[in-house]
Design a protein around this ligand. Structure first.
Ligand code: GUN
Ligand code: FE
Length: 476
């Protein structure tokens, strides 16, 4: 079944902000965006009020007034922004958000992560966890998520059902791990791991035959948790199905060392994936912190994508990924929350932390110490750049660059209505109603408003969220 059609065409009026390119946000004021009943953007018109839309646009589109429902972003701090893309998130770890203590990756997995994931073989528990995870990520403006579920097929299929019914665009990964896991949480064999993966693919296909909203994604957890046979089997399955893939790479120094010990004949961590047929343009690699120059060049050559997860990288003290370095090699990068390595469901938080992590690289005592200051300064990402990574960059990473990430004719209406709530000068302090943490006085320029949103905004500013034209979250 494809997702249901909408009852009416829709027109959105007001200010629209999206990325034109990596370092340039475009501001469209007094604009109109028309969305048809399939959720597709069919017109983007600037300098367009409602009267002009009725006179010119509707005629051109063959719409009558009765066909159309209208949504207006109020002047005074409201604007439409593309929905966020979370390129790396573990739905099954949602209850553990914020719980990591002083652990680092390998002990964190054993202490917190595997027990929680294993417990979701209880379907009632999985339903509670996944429902809240989807609700929270939607409330934070995430319209597309690349999810890891667990090794359990039924619970993973339930995540697909819930994304489909709640209307979130999603990639659903049944986690493959047939090696080195704890005995209570491990695939029995490569064959069983592949059969379980096929079962989830079948289920998602029965739900959404063309993968319009929900798609399977092949998910070898990471090299230490996968046998060579399982990785090769997944590579074969990918060649047959053309499905996307996701895994972790080079997140933590002990992990890199472990991979060297487990695959002594491989040149590097990236080479392990390459020699097992997984390093392709369909693969999303999370973290990519401790890569060598040769590994990054190989990843660029294969057109493999990277999910940058700065919140998790700091929380688990994994390191600072060199995003500028990856981008300059031509690697496509998006943002991931990596819940619950990351402590927040918010891609806005990931964008903020991507900015701050990049500043750390530029500091004299930072990772790039020894380079001249102007060279180090290049590592710093701008506000426009981190918002690009949160939207268009993410869309590239999940293979949907033509479909989502901006307001362009032919793309889907995956969008959020943000309210920064400008308080007019005539309102006294006593009348003050807040819109989250962002205090907008009205005299800021638009780029300054956006900077304030990135640094002090939160889900209270996210008033409404749409996926494929359908309203999927509304603040009450
Ligand atoms: N590496 C292998 N599994 C995981 C996981 O669940 N989270 C993170 N951050 N890294 C991993
Ligand atoms: Fe992860």
């Amino acid at each position: 079944m494809p997702p249901p059609k909408l009852g009416k065409n829709q027109v959105f009026f007001g200010t629209f902000i999206h990325s034109k390119g990596l370092d340039e946000l475009e501001y469209l004021h007094n604009a109109a965006v028309c969305v048809d009943t399939s959720g597709k953007i069919v017109a983007v018109e600037t300098n367009c009020n409602q009267q002009k839309a009725v006179e010119t646009l509707y005629g051109r589109l063959g719409w009558s007034l009765d066909d159309v429902s209208v949504v207006r972003a109020r002047d005074g701090g409201q604007f439409f922004f593309p929905g966020f893309v979370d390129t790396h998130v573990h739905a099954s770890q949602y209850p553990n958000v914020g719980i990591f203590g002083k652990s680092t990756l390998l002990d964190w997995l054993n202490t917190y992560t595997f027990p929680m994931e294993a417990s979701l073989s209880s379907l009632p528990k999985a339903r509670r966890v996944y429902t809240r995870c989807i609700r929270q990520t939607l409330a934070h403006g995430t319209t597309t998520a690349a999810y890891y579920a667990t090794i359990d097929v039924d619970a993973t299929n339930l995540l697909a059902d819930l994304c489909y019914s709640m209307g979130q665009r999603a990639f659903i990964g049944r986690v493959c791990m047939d090696h080195l896991g704890p005995e209570y949480y491990i695939d029995e064999s490569p064959d069983q791991a592949l059969a379980a993966t096929r079962a989830t693919i079948e289920h998602v296909r029965s739900l959404d035959s063309d993968y319009e909203l929900v798609s399977p994604i092949l998910t070898p957890r990471f090299a230490p948790a996968c046998s060579a046979e399982a990785m090769k089997g997944l590579s074969e399955l990918q060649k047959q199905t053309h499905l996307p893939m996701q895994t972790h790479i080079s997140e933590n120094r002990d992990e890199v060392k472990l991979v060297k010990e487990l695959f002594p004949n491989s040149k590097s961590y990236a080479d392990v994936y390459d020699t097992h047929g997984l390093l392709t343009e369909k693969m999303i690699l999370a973290h990519a912190i401790h890569l060598t120059e040769e590994e990054a060049d190989l990843i660029a050559e294969r057109n493999t994508k990277v999910a940058h997860c700065p919140v998790s990288n700091s929380a688990l003290s994994s390191g600072v990924a060199r995003v500028r370095w990856l981008l300059e090699k031509g690697i496509q990068v998006g943002l991931g929350t990596d819940m619950s390595g990351g402590y927040s469901p918010s891609i806005l938080e990931a964008a903020r932390q991507a900015k701050l992590a990049s500043n750390h690289l530029a500091m004299p005592e930072g990772q790039l110490d020894g380079l001249p200051q102007d060279e180090r300064d290049k590592a710093k990402l701008s506000i426009d750049e981190v918002l690009y990574l949160a939207t268009r960059g993410g869309a590239q990473v999940v293979g949907l660059a033509d479909k989502i990430g901006a307001f362009e004719v032919g793309m889907q209406w995956d969008a959020q209505l943000i309210d920064l709530g400008i308080v007019p000068a005539e309102v006294t302090e006593d009348d003050f109603t807040t819109h989250g943490n962002v205090d907008i006085f009205g005299w800021e320029k638009w780029d300054e408003r956006i900077a304030k949103w990135v640094f002090s905004g939160d889900s209270r500013n996210t008033k409404r969220v749409w996926v494929q034209g359908r309203l999927v979250h509304q603040q009450t």
